[in-house]
Design a protein around this ligand. Structure first.
Ligand SMILES: [Zn+2]
Length: 385
């Protein structure tokens, strides 16, 4: 079964944190309409999320935290909301937030279930990817960790070994800490170094603990890392980690904030390199997981110019279609009136037109040394386990 499924319902755009917040759910509609206009997605490939088994939510998150989210969600005032990370500038309280974030979790679990049960080979939930949420704390625009909930479903219900790959510009801290001592889940994160960017973690010495030692893999990259260096580090570390771990299922968090236009992070990746990395993820899923691959969205704060193209390319790679070249005119004219930036005419950025990055070679050589150190540290652990 090589079917690819796009998990979607309109209410997934209900994850609106607050007016003016950088996390803009309109990205979903922009992407989905681009997929239709570019003839990459058909109605037969779309599936509605199944209802969420709340027990799964409680297996990842602290019950006091879930009760707090439910309470503030209904408009109750809660003295300890702030200690749960709720009601901050990053994670404002909004009406029915429990229901909204539960439906994001439901969609990710549905994607995992479709793939784990063999009904599909690939499944995507672009509303998902809330990788910063912790067991008892909202963090970084994330309330519940849909990825961890989905991974737990794959482990508990299907007995699968899961490799989680996080390509968001920010470290995938929530997923890493939630599975830090678990040998059946490997987390791999390539991100802008925590020395410069939220959440400040994702260092090479975070390796996992106890039975999970060797199953946390971190590749912190320098600000202004460009395509070649990013792809070189990916190639140096990701295939080796998967070869050592031998997963049954690959879960990809495809945050689009690694792109050069992203206003919240400082990496300088183009849509061309993003496409190449998605292609490689698809190949690696074929090589190690019999093709089984679940992908979510994630960060991405350039919602008009960048995110729709990046995620359309993600879908094309996962559903084994060639990369489209031209952004359809119909799509550009529909969305240009609400976009603050000129919408691009091509899926792939013209990198040669971008101003050169100073210290390019120095950044690449620093990243190369980091990737080598990651392998030097982890290889003996992998070999002894
Ligand atoms: Zn991010």
């Amino acid at each position: 079964m090589s079917r690819a499924i796009f998990v979607y319902e309109p209410s997934l755009s209900g994850y609106t944190l607050s007016e003016g917040h950088p996390f803009k759910p309109v990205r979903l509609e922009l992407t989905r309409s681009l997929l239709y206009d570019a003839e990459l997605l058909t109605a037969e490939q779309e599936v509605l999320p199944q209802a969420l088994d709340e027990g799964l939510l409680y297996s990842i998150h602290d019950s006091r935290y879930i009760e707090a989210v439910k309470a503030v969600s209904q408009g109750k005032r809660l003295a300890q909301a702030y200690t749960f990370g709720l009601g901050t500038a990053d994670n404002p309280i909004f009406p029915a937030m429990h229901e909204a974030v539960s439906s994001v979790c439901a969609a990710t679990v549905t994607a995992v279930e479709l793939v784990a049960s063999g009904q599909a080979q690939r499944a995507v939930n672009l509303a998902g990817g809330l990788h910063h949420a912790l067991a008892a704390k909202a963090s970084g625009f994330c309330i519940y960790n849909d990825l961890a909930v989905g991974i737990e479903h794959a482990v508990k219900r299907h007995g699968l070994r899961v490799a989680y790959l996080d390509l968001d510009a920010h470290h995938g801290d929530g997923v890493q800490w939630l599975f830090y001592e678990r040998p059946e889940v490997m987390t791999i994160s390539l991100h802008e170094s925590g020395r410069y960017l939220f959440p400040g973690t994702g260092h090479t010495f975070e390796l996992g603990k106890g039975a999970g030692r060797g199953t946390s893999v971190n590749v912190p990259l320098e600000p202004f890392t460009e395509d070649d260096s990013f792809l070189e580090c990916f190639e140096a570390v990701v295939p080796a980690a998967l070869a050592a771990f031998k997963p049954d299922l690959l879960v990809l968090q495809a945050g689009a904030d690694m792109h050069r236009y992203d206003p919240l992070a400082d990496l300088a990746i183009s849509t061309g390199a993003m496409w190449q990395s998605y292609q490689r993820v698809s190949e690696l899923a074929d090589q190690y997981c019999q093709g089984r691959l679940v992908a979510t969205g994630g960060g991405g704060y350039d919602p008009y110019r960048t995110v729709p193209r990046a995620w359309a390319l993600l879908w094309a790679a996962l559903s084994r279609q060639p990369a489209p070249e031209l952004v359809p005119e119909a799509w550009r004219s529909r969305w240009q009136p609400i976009s603050p930036d000129q919408l691009p005419t091509h899926f792939f950025d013209d990198v040669s037109a971008w101003p050169p990055i100073a210290r390019r070679a120095e950044i690449a050589s620093y990243n190369r040394a980091v990737a080598a150190r990651v392998l030097q540290t982890l290889t003996p652990i992998w070999q002894s386990s």
